[in-house]
Design a protein. Structure first.
Length: 91
């Protein structure tokens, strides 16, 4: 099962705290650092995907808020390919 953004971020925060403590042996610190870099990249990618989704939802031809349906292909991390997504703007 894939981790949520929030759980990945919480794990990254724990890793940072452990590394900042300075109490870990070098090898353990390196392993944690590698894991932290991986989590950081995953979180950044998820944020970028969310940003792109928001841009699609927020823009219409006139730059106004609009009702839009996103293709599940635009957010593969969701894993819910049969559900439709809608955003309602000001009418």
């Amino acid at each position: 099962m894939e981790k949520t953004f929030e759980s990945s971020l919480a794990e990254l925060e724990k890793i940072v705290a452990a590394l900042e403590s300075g109490e870990l042996p070098l090898e353990e610190s390196l392993k944690l650092f590698e894991t932290g870099v991986k989590l950081s990249r995953e979180c950044r990618e998820r944020l970028s995907n969310a940003e792109r989704r928001i841009e699609v939802l927020m823009k219409d031809g006139d730059g106004k808020l609009s009702l839009s349906e996103l293709s599940p292909k635009s957010y593969p991390e969701a894993g819910e390919s049969n559900k439709k997504r809608y955003v309602f703007g000001d009418d």
